[in-house]
Write a protein that binds this ligand. Structure first.
Ligand code: ARG
Length: 461
């Protein structure tokens, strides 16, 4: 097979090992559609520059459209072609269809500006898909939140019961994280919205290409401003990999919370059979595999990010073959993140909460000790002292294996004489929740308000 660059070479490269090492078709076939799209625009730009006649341009456009059909109907044919990369495949298919005219298309263009343009288009499409998937996870969480505004749930710090929450509040915490992920992915789209095509190999093209028009034809806001930067820039890939790493960290934390909530020890939620498996040995088991894999796959996405940062570090301008390594990292990360987003949505939609058990757990563990301290503050005891007194009361109650509200008034009064029977309603769960009536807090009114505002944001209203 002939290469795109054979002229200067005396020996034909038929070294199988080198070809395996050097070829990128096995993974950059994913850019086929984008490569055809940029080629159509380039043919038009060459026509406007007087390089191709109208008739030549039309024949190239016709042949490129035929390639789109192969890409959609028979993508395996691309992989089986044995070409070096997707750009070589497109050119060789064109030559098969329109003969020497196919070889004219590369006039004034380099694979360096071509691949940079293809990749930006691919990244944009991937971002659009990831945004839709992120929104779906948010919607699943909002649906769950709708059902659980009044579900009392234990809140933790240090994995120790801290203060009671409404389960809807937990759901909304992850809606917030995903909201930030969405803005990060949106900013990747904004940052990749410049067209490198027409930058040539590194110094610009020698033909009279109207790059502003070319950029518009391909749907970009504007052309890149510096040819040397344009062919060596992969910031937008790094930005996407960083955004996805952060998002995977969020999904992994959510998975971890749910794994714990579904554990035999906690038992606050049940996961559906659809996202769990049994054990080959222990018949009683229902393992949270989907969630564990979401947690587990997070490392792959971090790996892709670190790998590309490392590849680009200290890389001299402009294009170097090292840069071909950008693609596998990007494709793998997008595939993992997309899979994990879809699996998170499925897992969240099928959660059932054991309200009674969650409430009992929220009641235990002295998560109302802060209320006792606050009560004393209300009686003019300085908070630091009130905190100490409440701590002593907890110690006493724990020793008696009782909850604070199960202590008699006399028992409570040993810790401070000003404690009256009005302490009991304050120690009740409902009071713990309702007192936290600040913006962003867990009172019913605040959670209902937060839920309705989140719904508007997520649905773009
Ligand atoms: N397959 C190459 C890549 O993915 C295309 C660019 C090749 N350019 C070059 N001058 N060798 O980066």
């Amino acid at each position: 097979m002939s290469t795109l660059w054979g002229g200067r070479f005396e020996q034909v490269t038929d070294n199988e090992l080198f070809r395996q090492f050097n070829d990128s078709l096995p993974f950059d076939y994913r850019l086929a559609e984008q490569d055809v799209q940029t080629s159509v625009a380039w043919a038009s730009a060459l026509h406007r520059a007087g390089v191709l006649t109208q008739e030549e341009m039309s024949r190239l456009h016709g042949a490129l459209r035929q390639l789109l059909r192969i890409i959609h109907d028979n993508p395996a044919e691309i992989l089986g072609s044995g070409e070096e990369d997707i750009h070589s495949w497109v050119e060789s298919e064109l030559v098969k269809r329109v003969g020497d005219l196919g070889k004219k298309l590369h006039t004034g263009r380099s694979r360096n500006d071509q691949v940079a343009t293809d990749l930006r288009l691919w990244v944009e499409t991937a971002c659009v898909q990831l945004l839709a998937e992120s929104r779906s996870v948010q919607r699943a969480l909002l649906q769950l939140a709708d059902d659980h505004v009044d579900t009392v749930f234990p809140g933790y710090t240090h994995l120790q019961r801290a203060q009671p929450l409404r389960f809807a509040h937990w759901c909304l915490a992850y809606v917030e994280m995903l909201e930030r992920d969405v803005t990060r992915i949106e900013s990747v789209i904004a940052h990749s919205d410049q067209c490198p095509l027409g930058s040539g190999a590194l110094a610009g093209t020698a033909y009279a290409i109207d790059r502003h028009k070319l950029a518009k034809t391909l749907g970009f806001k504007e052309p890149t401003r510096n040819s040397l930067d344009a062919v060596s820039d992969r910031d937008y890939v790094l930005e996407l990999l960083s955004a996805l790493s952060i998002q995977m960290m969020h999904l992994s934390r959510m998975a971890e919370d749910l794994i714990f909530y579904a554990s035999g020890e906690a038992g606050f939620v049940q996961l559906s059979d659809e996202v769990t498996t049994g054990s080959s040995l222990m018949p009683q088991k229902k393992n949270p595999d989907a969630l564990e894999l979401i947690r587990g796959k997070t490392g792959r996405v971090y790996g892709s990010m670190i790998s590309l940062f490392t590849t680009l570090k200290a890389l001299p301008l402009a294009y170097n073959k090292d840069m071909q390594e950008d693609k596998e990292a990007l494709f793998a990360a997008v595939e993992s993140a997309s899979l994990c987003l879809r699996m998170t949505e499925k897992s969240v939609l099928a959660i059932s909460v054991d309200k009674e058990r969650a409430k009992v757990a929220a009641q235990r563990g002295y998560s109302n000790a802060t209320e006792l301290a606050d009560y004393l503050v209300g009686k003019q005891v300085p908070f630091r002292e009130a905190h100490h007194i409440a701590g002593r009361a907890v110690l006493f109650a724990a020793d008696k294996k009782k909850a604070l509200e199960e202590l008699s008034l006399e028992e409570l009064q040993q810790f401070h004489p000003m404690i009256g029977s009005d302490i009991y309603p304050m120690l009740a769960l409902d009071s713990c929740l309702e007192k936290r009536d600040v913006f962003g807090g867990v009172s019913r009114r605040r959670v209902v308000e937060a839920l309705s505002q989140a719904k508007m944001r997520v649905n773009g209203l």
